[in-house]
Design a binder for this molecule. Structure first.
Ligand code: IVH
Length: 692
């Protein structure tokens, strides 16, 4: 069946528009349309392609993921070999001068000759990749391999949003764009957190994560691990007019729509290179990605050709490295730190080591599972990593250097009690972290507990922010939430940056919070796993606090939507005598609520569970949730067969996929609003009926 001309044109226009928006969003970092509008265009194209599969083209933005897993990576021969860069061993400013001297010497220049112009750029710490574009379309992506032969990783590179599937503007017949694939530090942290939570292998650094990702056989796995790309050169090309300079080449590549790093400079002679090296050194920690140095290149391409290369290294380029971000040192001991939520984090005490530009003596070991997985033992030589502002971390032991038999570390055996408050330490079977059970009693957790207690959705004490809480706790003025209700004007007004007026306002806010609801009070207690919704369920079910406090795990599990995890943490919380004490003090201080509210679930949406995913165009998540709950609906975090609706916004991920898989109805914000309006109308109608 022939495709109608208007359909073909519409698909073409949509593809153009989406590619343009992708470029604006992923390369220029300057989105041109709201996400919701992008999604709408994307879906329209998807639908057109579904009804007319012949419309699907390799450069369609709908085709980024979805390829079948590769059975194996296929070898690719590079027509133009991928070179490496010589490392300047002298890491002082003299390194740049030595490079300039070598270049001038090789070019037989005399001191009277004018300075050689250089381009300075970053040395990205990822892996080199060659992207082959034919008539502007990405047809192949290959790793560097040994420089002569790499591996075909097209299926994964296609999933990288920063890599255009089609070049912009006047694309040459053939061009191989070379550059670096890397993983941003935030993406790396997120990936590792996810791996850790899933009990899977964590990556030692962003470079390894990037390399592991790009060599994945299954593109669906790669698609979930965002990679980034910077172009810095070209390989084979036909019909591409090579600019005169390296700097011009970078501009030309940016003009084709590929990302080029903004940090680059052209310098006549070596002095500008020295300055660049220093400037980037100061910037290094703030960059969102790892670099291991800067690279200098002779700017004129003609001079580069004249200089040629020795073995695999061009004479016209050199890498000037920075101090390493990974070093080896001795693990002297393991301590624990109690976090604001009671989590005990094992901390490595290290023999001081200079890494990432500072002397490091402590590094995180995350949790017991990580210690086991890495098999780190006290007395080991370990690799320590410090990149950017990230907390230094122990990557792993250097097993070849282990002397004798070292004992495995067992956190619970070493710290059966919280080192801060003495409450016992517990670790749930299905959890990686050990926690202090002291809750409100543990000083390390007090600040967080107080902030949570006074939060808008809890006791709603306006004016009790972090600065005030810090002073109250550090000055031992407030230990538990109950102490808040004993605060006087004098004590408050004496705090830093707190005049009489704000002190009076705060006191009034505290006073006002005495009159609350049971649901708010339960939520305010900060019981683990008990969020706002669960607190409301518990309040509704038990009607009063005493009934809740007396409930055992079975009784708790009778509450709709309360499972074993919530039941256990709730029971554990009320079993802790310190917590009961604080609750009694709060009641004695006059905190009260209407008890014995009936168990009611009469909302028009009652029994309907909604799952929100992605960013909605106008509603915040809290607002959407509040409106659903007001009409008796529930909002849940995970999709199951029982889910009523999935409300999908832009960048909806796995939940959307799950809903599609289970056949759960998927609606957008507009449909949700329509539904709420209809439900509200019905509710109104029922109310007026009842009052007649
Ligand atoms: S140019 C001229 N430029 O370093 C030689 N390489 O040792 C061709 N790299 O495998 C490479 N940043 O992965 C060049 N700005 C940059 C670079 C860079 C990082 C990596 C690249 C290559 C290795 C060479």
């Amino acid at each position: 069946m022939a495709i109608p001309i208007d359909v073909r044109e519409r698909a073409g226009a949509l593809r153009e528009a989406l590619l343009r928006h992708d470029h604006a969003y992923y390369v220029l970092d300057a989105p041109t349309i709201p996400d919701a509008e992008y999604d709408r265009l994307f879906r329209e194209l998807q639908q057109l392609e579904e009804s007319h599969p012949e419309l699907r083209s390799a450069d369609s933005p709908t085709q980024r993921v979805g390829g079948a897993p590769a059975p194996d990576l296929v070898a690719v021969r590079h027509a133009v070999p991928m070179l490496s860069i010589r490392t300047e061993t002298d890491v002082t400013a003299d390194g740049a001068r030595a490079f300039d001297a070598r270049v001038r010497n090789a070019l037989a220049l005399t001191p009277e000759d004018p300075p050689v112009s250089y381009l300075a750029e970053l040395k990205f710490d990822g892996l080199a990749i060659s992207l082959r574009y034919e008539h502007g379309i990405l047809v192949r992506a290959a790793t560097r391999g040994d420089g002569e032969t790499g591996e075909d990783v097209t299926h994964n590179v296609r999933t990288i949003r920063e890599v255009p599937l089609r070049l912009q503007g006047n694309a040459p017949e053939l061009i191989e764009i070379r550059g670096e694939l890397y993983m941003r530090r935030d993406a790396f942290e997120k990936l590792n957190a996810r791996q850790r939570a899933a009990g899977e292998k964590v990556f030692v650094n962003p470079r390894n994560a990037a390399a592991g990702t790009v060599r994945q056989l299954d593109p669906r796995v790669a698609a979930r691990r965002p990679l980034s790309f910077f172009a810095y050169g070209t390989g084979q090309s036909t019909g591409f007019e090579m600019p005169d300079t390296q700097a011009g080449l970078l501009d030309a590549l940016a003009g084709l729509g590929v990302p080029v790093c903004e940090h680059r400079t052209v310098s006549p002679g070596p002095e500008g290179l020295v300055a660049f090296h220093a400037r980037i050194a100061a910037l290094r920690d703030q960059l969102p990605y790892d670099i291991d140095g800067v690279v200098y290149k002779v700017n004129r391409i003609a001079l580069q050709r004249e200089l040629g290369f020795v073995s695999r290294e061009p004479r016209w380029s050199v890498a000037h490295k920075y101090p390493a971000q990974e070093e080896i040192t001795r693990l002297v001991d393991i301590d624990v730190q109690v976090g604001r939520t009671g989590a005990l984090t094992p901390v490595a005490r290290l023999q001081p080591v200079f890494v990432g530009g500072v002397t490091v003596t402590n590094a995180t070991l995350h949790n017991q599972d990580e210690i086991d997985r890495k098999d780190v033992r006290i007395g080991d030589w370990v690799i320590v990593r410090r990149a950017g502002d990230v907390i230094p971390e122990v990557v792993g032991p250097v097993l070849e250097r282990r002397e004798g038999t070292l004992e495995r570390f067992d956190l619970l055996a070493r710290f059966p009690n919280c080192p801060v408050c003495g409450s016992h330490v517990v670790r749930a079977e299905d959890e990686a972290v050990a926690r202090c059970s002291g809750g409100l009693f543990c000083p390390a957790q007090r600040k967080q507990a107080l902030l949570h207690f006074s939060g808008r959705r809890a006791m709603d004490i306006e004016g009790l922010g972090e600065k005030v809480v810090d002073q109250l706790v550090d000055g031992a003025i407030v230990r538990t939430p109950a102490d808040l209700y004993r605060l006087g004007l004098v004590a408050l007004a004496s705090l830093e940056r707190m005049g009489k007026k704000s002190a009076r306002n705060l006191l009034a806010a505290i006073e006002k919070s005495r009159d609350t609801t049971l649901a708010r009070f339960i939520f305010a207690l900060g019981i683990r796993n008990v969020g706002e919704t669960t607190a409301r369920d518990l309040a509704r079910h038990f009607g009063g606090l005493d009934a809740l406090m007396a409930a055992d795990i079975d009784a708790l599990q009778n509450v709709p939507d309360v499972g074993p995890v919530v039941a256990r943490s709730t029971a554990e919380f009320f079993a802790e005598p310190h917590n009961r004490e604080v609750i009694e003090q709060l009641r004695a201080a006059g905190v009260h609520w209407p008890e014995g509210e009936p168990v009611m679930a009469t909302g028009i949406l009652s029994g309907k569970t909604f799952v929100l995913t992605g960013a909605l165009p106008t509603l915040t998540r809290d607002a959407a949730k509040a409106r659903i709950e007001k009409l008796g609906g529930k909002v849940s975090g995970s999709v199951s067969k029982k889910t009523g609706y999935v409300v999908a916004g832009s960048e909806a991920g796995s939940k959307l996929a799950k809903a599609q898989e289970l056949g759960v109805p998927i609606i957008d914000e507009a449909q949700l609003l329509a539904l709420l309006q209809a439900a509200d109308g019905t509710a109104e109608h029922l109310r007026s009926q009842a009052s007649k």
